[in-house]
Design a binder for this molecule. Sequence first.
Ligand code: FAD
Length: 318
Amino acid sequence: MAEVLVYVDHVDGAVRKPTLELLTLARRIGEPVAVALGNGAADTAAALAEHGATRVLTADAPEFADYLVVPKVDALQAAHEAVSPVAVLVPSSAEGKEIAARLAVRIGSGIITDAVDLEAGDEGPVATQSAFAASFTTKSRVSKGTPVITVKPNSAAVEAAPASGAVEALSVSFSAGATGTKVVSRTPRESTGRPELTEAAIVVSGGRGVNGAENFAIIEKLADSLGAAVGASRAAVDAGWYPHSNQVGQTGKSVSPQLYIANGISGAIQHRAGMQTSKTIVAVNKDAEAPIFDLVDYGVVGDLFEVVPQLTSEIETR
Ligand code: FAD
């Protein structure tokens, strides 16, 4: 059966959820062969096998930690030569997209970024993307070389599918440019204990209607009652009420959670661009004419300072 390369996003051996989603999608088009690099690469094997990886190619070297993306591209290129896959799948993170783009250039292939679904096709895998602030859904396939496809987090439900997950060492020779740019320090962001915004299954966002940094506490409380990440509109970010790293939209992050709750957000096109592919959308807005109500599954016309605390306490009692 045809094999599909899956680039593994992991932290010291702990596989991140978007990679497990990729394995689910990869199984629709072939047998997933995972490529895990860097510190703890071999420790990823059990989780990957549980989710359908038939083989896990691993490599560890200081280059993966000390330098930027080029060593990882070198490794994926080596894996591509060793496996001859029908597609290469990479998570749609900032790093993932850079790796994918560089790999596509190296192997002379076409690339599709930010896919939200993937299916097998007669002439190769077909990827679904959402375009123009999610106003259109497009289906595309790569017509040249091995398709390199980045997939947005939360595009598929993770499904277990035990496979052998045989671990094999991948031999990588680093290219001349691999060590051109060195990582000099890493400063981990202070943890809020909440899930990463782009990977969260639930996102609770606040906009200008929240009316002040201190009032974001009620948004955070609702988020915590649901185990959700917190997002913000640009109006809230520009006002200095919430960090830019939490901005959702065209000039912020793109999210695609199972549930998106917009509070005091009007639904401008630039905000929609970052959240319109959410599976279920709920809005709380005191203006019944707010454009956000055009795209919601459930809408509450009301004052968020009344609705959100009631919702939080209802969820907390369950
Ligand atoms: P508003 O549009 O002011 O809406 C506030 C809403 O809160 C209103 O609908 C109001 O009825 C409601 N409200 C007020 N008080 C309450 C209350 N007590 N209870 C309930 N509801 C209440 N925006 C983004 O979000 N993300 C982006 O990435 C982004 N990128 C942009 C890029 C460009 C190039 C440009 C030009 C704009 C961009 N914007 C972006 C800005 C965007 O156009 C809007 O200005 C912004 O999204 C508005 O934010 P908002 O909905 O919070 O505020």
